[in-house]
Write a protein that binds this ligand. Structure first.
Ligand SMILES: NC(=O)C1=CN([C@@H]2O[C@H](COP(=O)(O)OP(=O)(O)OC[C@H]3O[C@@H](n4cnc5c(N)ncnc54)[C@H](O)[C@@H]3O)[C@@H](O)[C@H]2O)C=CC1
Ligand SMILES: O=C(O)[C@H]1O[C@H](OP(=O)(O)OP(=O)(O)OC[C@H]2O[C@@H](n3ccc(=O)[nH]c3=O)[C@H](O)[C@@H]2O)[C@H](O)[C@@H](O)[C@@H]1O
Length: 466
């Protein structure tokens, strides 16, 4: 099929490359000329495993091309996907202005029948609004064109985007006609190996399903974070508790990792938008608002634990941070908890020295503060630091050289915000280990915190190194 994809970001480029791999002729359109120039020079605009190879293959096969011109890009396309950003507006609503503007332009320029598919995450009713724009503009133009709007929400997660697209758990198709449904079913046949993954429904259900999924994921993360905070106060170990949760098939094993809270470009913004949608319809969204509140508390808990360790005056401290991206295997720093923590540390007067395998560059573009040093080496970032905070669970942080770390740090404390290490591992090197939801000796504290410390090294010697 001949396809056009408007918006060559995380979703658009992955969608384009995967659909090209399946044999379609795909044109990517973007209004960001510098992004297109980078792609033309063979560089992808963001870090995503497996994607560079797939994009190169698509281009080499002549099935993937890029343009800055909407008119040129959509020519003859039977399906036009819209994967334009829908960021949070100031009031929490999803800002669909770019989507609406794009559809207005399409309604003025299209000269052939086609299906316009919304892949962006957009509020319930957006497809109806877009269909109405087409209807009125096409009527005004006096054309008899048939342009239908469909919804095909995307469920890929960054870092595993190519795999998620090629092997989806489900493909959701929201349509108003059997013809549109048949077209999308046909397009996705190569990705639906057993023929059972395509879920067809009405437009509004498909739109809502996307928000429902992200709300469930966010709720799980907040639930496990709240349980971890309570566990720490009770002397229970959240790792042990999670092993019990995971073995219950009704609960399932994923999204049970406590930490600094969920970040990224989607879970926070989609939850905000869902709460707004609910409240605009007089639904209180009580649980969803609590999910947000729990999430907002997570970085504050980490900051308080660090401040408690180093003493109230952070002005004399240097804190090392490992991990800036909101999760591993991406350079995306949108709503990354690391940036919230760094801002809090800088505002409190601390010096921060941070390292991320791929996200230093985007951070350099958004934080301009002489007190923030971005290092190209994980251990150099720790040199002379009063504590290390591990905030993103990149693989390379899972088994660091602890002895080197001990030599680098001026004060042997590791704030393990993703619970990557075992207490005894760090204790063997004389490192104090703070992790969330950990049973053990609570730090001497004025304010209760779910970040519990491992025993002092001297105390460890008393009980056989543990
Ligand atoms: N990032 C993710 O993992 C996922 C994102 N989504 C949703 O997909 C949508 C896109 O998200 P991302 O790809 O992350 O955004 P992004 O910001 O990476 O990409 C959006 C692209 O659209 C381009 N654009 C904006 N207006 C345009 C216009 N009028 N014409 C041409 N290009 C235009 C921008 O220049 C940008 O390159 C959002 O609604 C998001 O919620 C859904 C699932 C996963
Ligand atoms: O709509 C979207 O954009 C996407 O949002 C999420 O994908 P993503 O934001 O890439 O990342 P996740 O892997 O879901 O992680 C989100 C956040 O939750 C955190 N998280 C996740 C799992 C967990 O157990 N604990 C936890 O703190 C992660 O660190 C991260 O900050 C969803 O997983 C995708 O299905 C969805 O398509």
């Amino acid at each position: 099929m001949k396809l056009a994809i408007v918006g060559t970001g995380y979703v658009g480029l992955v969608t384009a490359a995967c659909l090209a791999k399946a044999g379609n002729e795909v044109t990517c359109i973007d209004n960001n000329v510098s992004k297109l120039a980078r792609i033309a020079a063979g560089q992808l605009p963001f870090h995503e495993p497996q994607l560079p190879c797939l994009v190169n293959e698509g281009r080499a096969a002549g099935r993937l091309r890029f343009t800055g011109s909407l008119r040129d890009g959509v020519q003859d396309a039977s399906i036009i996907f819209l994967s334009i950003g829908t960021p949070s507006a100031a009031d929490g609503c999803a800002d669909t202005s770019s989507l609406l503007a794009c559809v207005s332009s399409l309604a003025e320029m299209l000269d052939h029948d086609c299906l316009v598919v919304v892949k962006s995450t957009a509020p319930v009713g957006t497809c109806d609004t877009l269909q109405e724009i087409f209807r009125s503009k096409l009527r005004a133009r006096g054309t008899g064109l048939h342009i239908e709007v469909a919804c095909n929400p995307e469920f890929l997660a960054e870092g595993s985007a190519v795999h998620d697209f090629l092997e989806p758990a489900r493909i959701v198709i929201g349509t108003a006609s059997a013809q549109a449904r048949a077209m999308l079913r046909q397009l996705y046949t190569p990705f639906d190996a057993d023929g059972k993954r395509t879920l067809a429904m009405e437009l509004r259900s498909a739109e809502f399903a996307k928000y429902a999924c992200n709300a469930m994921l966010a709720a799980r993360v907040s639930m496990v974070n709240e349980l971890a905070a309570i566990a720490a106060q009770m002397g229970a170990d959240m790792d042990a508790v999670s092993s019990v949760l995971r073995t219950d098939p009704r609960i399932g094993g994923r999204y049970l990792q406590p930490g600094v809270g969920y970040g990224g470009s989607c879970l926070p913004k989609d939850l905000r938008a869902l709460i707004r949608m609910a409240q605009d319809r007089q639904e209180p969204a009580t649980l969803l608002r609590s999910v947000e509140l729990v999430n907002q508390r997570q970085v504050r808990l980490l900051f308080d634990a660090i401040r408690q360790y180093v003493g109230d005056d952070l002005g004399h401290c240097r804190i090392a941070v490992w991990g800036l991206a909101f999760k591993p295997d991406t350079d995306d720093i949108r709503e990354a908890p690391s940036l919230i923590l760094i801002r809090m540390l800088l505002d409190a007067g601390a010096q921060v020295s941070a390292y991320d395998p791929v996200a230093n560059k985007p951070v350099r573009r958004v934080i301009h503060d002489a007190a923030l040093n971005l290092s190209d080496d994980a251990y150099a970032a720790c040199d002379g630091s009063d504590a290390l905070v591990v905030i993103t669970e990149w693989d390379e942080f899972r088994s660091p050289d602890f002895s080197r770390l001990t030599r680098c740090l001026a004060s042997p404390a590791v704030f393990d915000a993703r619970n990557l290490y075992r207490r005894e591992q760090l204790a063997a090197f004389g490192l104090r280990h703070y992790r969330i939801g950990q049973a053990g000796k609570a730090p001497r504290q004025a304010v209760p915190t779910p970040y519990a410390a491992s025993p002092e090294p001297s105390e460890l010697r008393h009980n056989g190194g543990y």
